[in-house]
Design a protein around this ligand. Sequence first.
Ligand code: FE2
Length: 186
Amino acid sequence: MLTGNPVFDAFVRDMHGVMDVAGGDEALLLDRGRALVAALVADDGWLPEDYAQPHPEHFKQYVLHRDGERGFTVMSVVWNKGQSAMAHDHKTWGIIGQLRGAEREREYEDPVPGEPLKLRAETVMHPGDTCVVSPDTGDIHDVANAFDGVSVSIHVYGADLPSLADRRHRYEVATGEAIPVITTYY
Ligand code: FE2
């Protein structure tokens, strides 16, 4: 958890304000929330280095904020050169902002059992860029570090991901096979 950081504390406060205003209107929440995340990642001076250290074997998540009551989680996700995450769903809304480096994100259509995943869009995120995921508008993507060094992105989710573990999946793109996922915080 990251506390006592004026830039980040203001972001968390503003996100709560957006959730208050949006109520159950997810489109409004993602629109306003995305602007806040874009502003947060436009400035690369606030994230302490302790939360930006890569792991040699896999991408690493650091919890920056966790609000169990409201179901709202913010993480930094750190990718060493060459690391990636296979296709997965989230089962909650999410907003992702690129803080450092670059990440290739491929979005997929909702899965059809027994068929390969269908690519919907592919983008490379650079510092200041944002993207969203949502069960309503597109919840499956895979991510790979596209930078010749460490990449860092900030992830905001509408739920505590471990509480959703028994509903989430990873996917084999070539076959569409869904594999249950257990979310862990390192
Ligand atoms: Fe994801």
